[in-house]
Design a protein around this ligand. Structure first.
Ligand SMILES: [Zn+2]
Length: 341
C-alpha cells in the first residue's frame, strides 16, 4: 500500500474555492449513507469516496450480475462471476482507491423494521435505489428525523434529482403525494444509458458536497429533470414544504409503519424476493444439504442454487431471491422445500 498524505490526495479539490481546507476537513468528518448500490449508487460512492467523505455506509440487497457491468461502475467481471453482494464488492473497490476513509458495507434490504438501525448515526442519505417503495420509506424516515436526503433516479436517457431538506424545502411527498401506481418505466423495460446515470449522480454528488461543507446558499431548491437524448430539461420549484403535505405538514409517516409492505416481493423481471424468515442460515451447511438437488455454489456472502428452471440466491440472513418465476406461491414453496420455514 502506498501511503499518500491526505494533503496530497485532495490538493486539487482543496484548491477549489468552494471547498478549501476547511471544507475538506468537514468532508473528512462527514458520515453519509448510500441506499442502493446499483448504477447511481456506484457513481455516487465512487465520487464521494474519492472526494474524501470520511464515512460512507453502502446498503444494498443484491449481488453483481453480468447485465450490471454496462453502467454499475464499481464492479467488474470477477464480481459478477462470484455473484458478490454489491455492498461487499463496492467496499472492496473503494478501499483499493481510498484506504483513508471508512466504508461500511451492509448487505440488507431497507425495510420499515430495520431502517432506524441501518441509518443510525448518518447525517445525509443518498438515494441509489431503483424503486419508489424504498424512496417513500426514505422520505418518511428523513422528514420524521429532520435528516436531509437526495432523491436521484435515472431510466432510459432521463434523469431526475431533488434535494430534500426537511422543514426547509419540499419533500418527495410534497411534490408527488403518492408513489406512482401501475406500470411505469424501469431499467428493465426502457433500458438505460450509463451517461444519464452518471449525469444524475454527478449533480447529486455535488449537492451532497455542498451540503456537507455548509455551502447552503448554493444548494439547488428545485426538482431538476433532464433527458440527455432529447436535450429536454425542466425544473420545478421545491423551495418550501407544502403545508398540507402528509409528511411535512401533518407528520403522518405511513411508509415507516410498513403499510403495504409484504414479506415477499417481486423484484425485477421474472424474480421474487423472500424476506420473511429472520433466522440466519449457515451457507456452508446449506450448501451440503442442497447438493443432491441441483448445482450449488457458495462463498461467505452468498449461496447460489440452480434447480431447473429456477435459480435461488440465498443470503446469510435467510433472505432469498428466486429467479425463474413471478409466482410468489411457487417461490415460497421452493423456499420452504429447500431452505425450510
Ligand atoms: Zn412534504
Amino acid at each position: 500500500m502506498t501511503s499518500l498524505e491526505p494533503d496530497e490526495r485532495y490538493s486539487r479539490q482543496v484548491l477549489f474555492r468552494g471547498i478549501g481546507a476547511e471544507g475538506q476537513r468537514k468532508l473528512a468528518a462527514s458520515r453519509l449513507a448510500i441506499v442502493g448500490c446499483g448504477a447511481t449508487g456506484s457513481a455516487l460512492a465512487s465520487m464521494l469516496a474519492r472526494a474524501g467523505v470520511g464515512t460512507i455506509r453502502i446498503i444494498d440487497r443484491d449481488y453483481v450480475e453480468p447485465s450490471n457491468l454496462q453502467r454499475q461502475s464499481l464492479f467488474d467481471e470477477s464480481d459478477a462471476a462470484e455473484s458478490l453482494p454489491k455492498a461487499i464488492a463496492a467496499a472492496r473497490r473503494v478501499a483499493a482507491f481510498n484506504s483513508q476513509i471508512v466504508i461500511e458495507p451492509c448487505v440488507a434490504d431497507v425495510t420499515p423494521a430495520n431502517i432506524q438501525s441501518l441509518l443510525e448515526g448518518m447525517q445525509l442519505i443518498l438515494d441509489g435505489t431503483d424503486n419508489f417503495e424504498t424512496r417513500y420509506l426514505l422520505n418518511d424516515f428523513a422528514v420524521k428525523n429532520s435528516l436531509p436526503w437526495i432523491y436521484t433516479a435515472a431510466v432510459g436517457s432521463y434523469g431526475v434529482t431533488l434535494n430534500v431538506l426537511p422543514g426547509r424545502t419540499a419533500c418527495l411527498a410534497c411534490i408527488f403525494p403518492d408513489p406512482p401506481q401501475g406500470t411505469f418505466e424501469t431499467c428493465e423495460t426502457a433500458g438505460i444509458l450509463n451517461s444519464a446515470v452518471n449525469l444524475a449522480a454527478s449533480i447529486t454528488a455535488t449537492e451532497a458536497i455542498k451540503l456537507l461543507v455548509g455551502a447552503e446558499a448554493q444548494l439547488r431548491r428545485t426538482l431538476l429533470s433532464f433527458d440527455v437524448w432529447s436535450n429536454d430539461r425542466a425544473e420545478v420549484a421545491a423551495d418550501k414544504p407544502r403545508r398540507d403535505c402528509r409528511a411535512c405538514g401533518q407528520h403522518q409517516f405511513p411508509h415507516l409503519a410498513g403499510e403495504g409492505r409484504p414479506h415477499i416481493t417481486l423484484c425485477g423481471r421474472n424474480s421474487v424476493q423472500i424476506h420473511e424468515r429472520h433466522k440466519p442460515v449457515d451457507l456452508a451447511q446449506m450448501s451440503e444439504r442442497l447438493k443432491p438437488h441441483g448445482i450449488v455454489r457458495h462463498n461467505q456472502f452468498v449461496l447460489k442454487f440452480w434447480h431447473e428452471p429456477y435459480e435461488m440466491t440465498l443470503f446469510p440472513d435467510g433472505r432469498a431471491i428466486i429467479k425463474g418465476t413471478t409466482d410468489t406461491a411457487v417461490a415460497r414453496s421452493l423456499y420452504a422445500r429447500y431452505v425450510g420455514t
